[in-house]
Design a binder for this molecule. Structure first.
Ligand code: SAH
Length: 238
């Protein structure tokens, strides 16, 4: 937890928060913090600043908080991701949040098992929790927006063209296409397939609405590896 993310319900006065649970545990056990000490805090979807510990006991910690700087810039990226298996979904959501993705669309695809859509990890509160872990990790406060689209074809035909209208459109696919571009500095919509890959029909559907197929070389990577490789290649840290 590199940032203590504060939510409205944590505030007991305009500049004071009271925290318990996981955050208290972290402050007490990892930071071994004591009253008077300052910790980095951030307001959910707001600024980053610091919080001075005013009181600390076994049940709660009180901090006096001030905010000073904006969170890191969002990546100009909309990610379309074939729904991963539940175990991977959790990790992937945390990682892509930490990498700065602010818009994610989880889509169905031929090689996504139907049962994956039943996982409790897709519930709004569970997705929120995983995103929060990503924000805490990355010292960011801007919560990503996540959409679920259970039908590939209507999504691609009816919704996607408008959604990606002003952006560069790329589909990561290991075969064919061209090498994935580097440092593109452009709003981008990027589609990543499921563990079994997109089927040709799906790649063609995406190509019909303007997506260009790009690859990362001859090695086939797992989604959780392909994701940071693609993102750091398209948007290198500056
Ligand atoms: N089994 C599939 C690969 C799936 S890898 C096959 O053999 O084609 C899962 C997803 O990660 C892919 O759909 C793609 O979006 C991305 N990916 C993995 N390795 C890649 C590579 N070398 N180039 C481009 N995309 C890759």
């Amino acid at each position: 937890m590199n940032l203590i993310v504060l939510q409205e319900h944590d505030f007991i006065s305009p500049n004071r928060v009271q925290l318990g649970g996981r955050q208290l545990e972290h402050i007490a056990q990892v930071h071994r913090a004591e009253p008077g000490q300052r910790l980095r805090v951030g307001l959910l979807n707001g600024q980053i600043g610091s919080g001075e510990i005013i009181a600390l006991n076994a049940h709660s910690v009180e901090l006096e908080v001030t905010f000073a700087i904006d969170p890191p810039q969002a990546l100009p990226l909309t990610l379309i991701l074939a729904l991963p298996r539940p175990k991977m979904l959790k990790r992937v959501i945390q990682h892509l949040t930490a990498l700065g993705v602010k818009k994610l669309i989880l889509v169905n695809s031929y090689r996504v098992e139907k049962s994956y859509w039943q996982t409790p990890w897709l519930q709004e509160d569970k997705l929120f929790e995983q995103c929060l872990l990503g924000l805490e990790q990355a010292v960011d406060t801007q919560m990503p927006e996540i959409l679920l689209r259970k039908r590939f074809k209507p999504f691609v035909e009816d919704e996607l063209p408008e959604l990606c209208a002003e952006s560069r459109k790329l589909v990561a696919h290991p075969v064919g296409g061209s090498a994935c571009p580097v440092d593109i500095k452009q709003p981008t919509t990027l589609a990543i397939g499921p563990e079994g890959g997109f089927i040709n029909y799906e790649v063609e559907k995406l190509q019909e609405v303007g997506f260009q197929s790009v690859h990362l070389g001859p090695r086939i990577l797992r989604v959780e590896t392909a994701l940071p490789v693609l993102i750091s290649r398209l948007f290198p840290a500056s």
